[in-house]
Ligand binder design. Sequence first.
Ligand SMILES: Cc1cc2nc3c(=O)[nH]c(=O)nc-3n(C[C@H](O)[C@H](O)[C@H](O)COP(=O)(O)O)c2cc1C
Length: 262
Amino acid sequence: MQKTVLLIHAHPEPTSLTRTLVEAAKTSLLASGHRVLESDLYAMNWKAVFDAADFPQRVNEDRLCFVSESGNAYAKRAQTQDVEDEQAKLRQADAIVFQFPIWWFSFPAILKGWVDRVFAYGLAYGYKDAGNQHRYGEGGFAGKRALLSVTVGGPFEDYGARGINGSLEQILFPITHGTLFFSGMEVLPTFAVYGTGRLSEAETGLAIEGLNNRLDGLFTDAPIPFRAQNSGDYQDKHQLAAEIAPGRTGIVAHHAEPDLFV
Ligand SMILES: Cc1cc2nc3c(=O)[nH]c(=O)nc-3n(C[C@H](O)[C@H](O)[C@H](O)COP(=O)(O)O)c2cc1C
């Protein structure tokens, strides 16, 4: 069945590996019969900084409270046009693919700024203006799938279970869990290409093949089994119940199979 996929990417250089993978992803998704929407953040000259200019009609002119101004602007459709346009793409999307280079263990700033500005109160958090009732597995983006596809300068060994950098999937927890699962998306295991500084043509070909395989499973692969807030695992909506993952602490405890969260 035809689905709509939003492909968001963050790299200004057309010959970069990131952009090579973007082109490959577009070709693959279209060949599978999907409709592709795109946000090429550098080409759009996306405003990365969340600031007072995001709120043309303020509730409070004296003090800038981002959360309340975001809620007001979203509810009254008083957001800036660029934010409205990105939210319209998100509404149409059945899946969102993020293609970006790992910069300082995270998103490039332009992509972080996209999240800061587009994930409004009432949509991505504070859903239904119900405080924290609908988060982690519920919320404005429920029913959508997400895939991070990243290029990584360091070698795979540095990101393995005992690698010096820490495990990549754990490093990306603030994005996969704290941002995408938080707002309701089902997040697939990250696709990563390592050692990107020294890739041969053949290795680039393998990277494209690997990404194509993952895109083939975009709507069928099992998501990361993060624990949903309202599944009963968090009796008070804040802390894991005593009988869930006893003795486990930290981020791995929020994965239904903590031993596999490496
Ligand atoms: C500002 C910056 C920060 C970076 N931080 C990391 C990092 O935290 N870990 C890592 O493995 N590589 C890091 N790198 C290397 C990039 O991941 C690498 O340049 C990129 O994957 C190459 O792919 P591209 O051709 O798509 O840019 C960083 C590069 C830059 C420019």
